[in-house]
Design a protein around this ligand. Structure first.
Ligand code: NAD
Ligand code: ZN
Ligand code: ZN
Length: 347
C-alpha cells in the first residue's frame, strides 16, 4: 500500500509499505479521506530533533472497516468510521474525568497524548491500523466532511464549549483565523450560542467571505484599526471571548486588547506567539480576571458532539479533494493560503 511518510525536516515521500498487520484489539481501516491540517505544515517544518520522522502523516482520517481483530466486537467490515485524533488510554485519572486530551499515560505533563500522524502511523495512506477504542461510527456522512471532524471539528468544539459560560445574553465573540478550524468554529457558535454576535478576523478576503457565509456578523482584517473596530461593535468594555486559531504575536496582542475583564482567550493556533501575564496593579496587558488557555484538541464528548452537529447538517466542511498521489500540491496550496476550509486527501 501507499503511505505518505515524513522523511526529514521539510521533506515527505509517498512510499510503498506493507499493509499493517492487526492485533486482536485492532481494526484495519481502508482510508476514504484524510484531512490536511495546518499542524501538518508545522510538523513538516520541525528540525532534525523532531522525534517522529518515518511516521505516516495524517491525524484526520475517515474510512471503512476492512478487517477486525479477534477481540473486537461491535464493528463489522464495510462500516464507516472516523479515527479519533487523540489516542488516550481511557483509564487514567484525566481520562476518567473526561479530559482524555490530557491523558497521563499516552501523554506527559508537557507532551500531548499519542496522535496518529505524529507518534503513530496516520491516515495519509491506503490503510491505517487503529485500536478499536479510537473509532467512532459515522454512518452516512460524506468522508470529505467526516475526516476533518477528527481535528478541525474536535478542537473548535472543545474551545467553543470552554467559552460557552462567557457567552451569556448580549455576548460578542471574536474568531481569528477562518481556515479549517475557524470556519467550523463559526458554525458551532451559530449552533451552540445563536444569540452571540460573532466577529471574524482573517488576513484573506476569500476567508472573510467564507466567514460571512458561516454566520459572522462583522468580518475584518487585522491591522492598526482592528481593535478599535471590534470595540466599536462590542462596546468599549470589550468582547466576552476570543478564539485565536492563528497564535502569532499580532493575533494574541489583538485578543488581549479587546477581551473584557473576566473574559476568555483561547489560543489554539501554533503561531509561536506569547501571551504575557504581568502580576502588577496596572492591569496591562490583560484586563483583570481573563482566562487564557493554550488549548490542545478536545475530548471524546467533544468529538461525539461535533459528529452529531454534522449529522444534523449544522456543521459542514468546505472541502477540496486532492488525490493522495498529489499530496505535495495540497501541502503547497495550504501553505500558500489557497485552501478555503479543508484540503482532504483521497487515496
Ligand atoms: P488553516 O491554514 O486552515 O487556517 C489558518 C487561517 O488563518 C487562514 O484562513 C489564514 O488566512 C488565517 N491567518 C493567517 N495568518 C493570520 C493573521 N496574522 N491574522 C489573521 N488570520 C490569519 O489552519 P488550520 O488547520 O485551521 O489550523 C489553525 C492553527 O491551529 C494552526 O496553527 C494549527 O497548527 C493549529 N492547530 C492547533 C490545534 C490544537 O489543538 N491546539 C489543533 C489543530 C490545529
Ligand atoms: Zn490538526
Ligand atoms: Zn489516559
Amino acid at each position: 500500500m501507499r503511505a505518505l511518510k515524513l522523511t526529514g525536516p521539510g521533506t515527505m515521500e509517498l512510499v510503498e509499505v506493507p499493509v499493517p498487520e492487526i492485533a486482536d484489539h485492532e481494526v484495519l481501516v481502508k482510508v476514504t479521506a484524510a484531512g490536511l491540517c495546518h499542524s501538518d505544515l508545522h510538523i513538516l517544518h520541525q528540525d532534525e530533533n523532531w522525534p517522529f520522522f518515518g511516521t505516516t502523516l495524517g491525524h484526520e482520517t475517515a474510512g471503512l472497516v476492512d478487517s477486525v481483530g479477534a477481540a473486537v466486537t461491535g464493528l463489522v467490515p464495510g462500516e464507516a468510521v472516523l479515527v479519533r485524533a487523540l489516542w488516550a488510554c481511557g483509564e487514567c485519572r484525566p481520562c476518567r474525568l473526561g479530559a482524555d486530551n490530557a491523558c497521563a499515560v499516552t501523554g506527559t505533563r508537557t507532551m500531548f497524548p499519542l496522535t496518529p500522524g505524529l507518534g503513530a502511523d496516520g491516515g495519509m495512506a491506503d490503510f491505517i491500523k487503529v485500536d478499536a477504542r479510537h473509532l467512532e461510527k459515522i454512518g452516512e456522512l460524506d468522508p470529505l466532511v467526516a475526516a476533518p471532524l477528527a481535528d478541525a471539528g474536535l478542537t473548535p468544539m472543545h474551545n467553543v464549549n470552554s467559552v460557552l459560560p462567557y457567552l451569556t445574553e448580549g455576548a460578542t465573540v471574536v474568531v481569528i483565523g477562518i481556515g479549517g478550524l475557524g470556519h467550523v468554529a463559526l458554525q458551532i457558535l451559530a449552533a451552540a450560542a445563536p444569540e452571540a454576535r460573532v466577529i471574524a478576523v482573517d488576513t484573506d478576503d476569500a476567508k472573510l467571505d467564507l466567514a460571512r457565509s458561516r454566520g459572522a456578523s462583522l468580518v475584518l482584517k487585522p491591522g492598526p484599526d482592528a481593535a478599535a473596530r471590534i470595540l466599536a461593535e462590542a462596546g468599549e468594555h470589550g468582547v466576552d471571548a476570543v478564539l485565536d486559531f492563528v497564535g502569532v504575536q499580532p493575533t494574541i496582542d489583538l485578543a488581549m486588547s479587546v477581551v473584557r475583564p473576566e473574559g476568555a482567550i483561547r489560543i489554539v493556533g501554533l503561531g509561536e506567539g506569547h501571551a504575557q501575564i504581568n502580576a502588577d496593579l496596572s492591569g496591562e496587558p490583560l484586563p483583570w480576571g481573563v482566562t487564557v488557555q493554550r488549548a490542545y484538541g478536545g475530548n471524546i464528548a467533544d468529538q461525539r458532539a461535533v459528529i452529531d452537529l454534522a449529522n444534523r447538517g449544522l456543521v459542514t466542511i468546505e472541502s477540496t479533494a486532492y488525490p493522495l498521489a498529489e499530496a505535495q500540491r495540497a501541502f503547497d496550496d495550504l501553505a500558500a493560503g489557497r485552501v478555503a476550509g479543508r484540503a482532504v486527501l483521497v487515496p
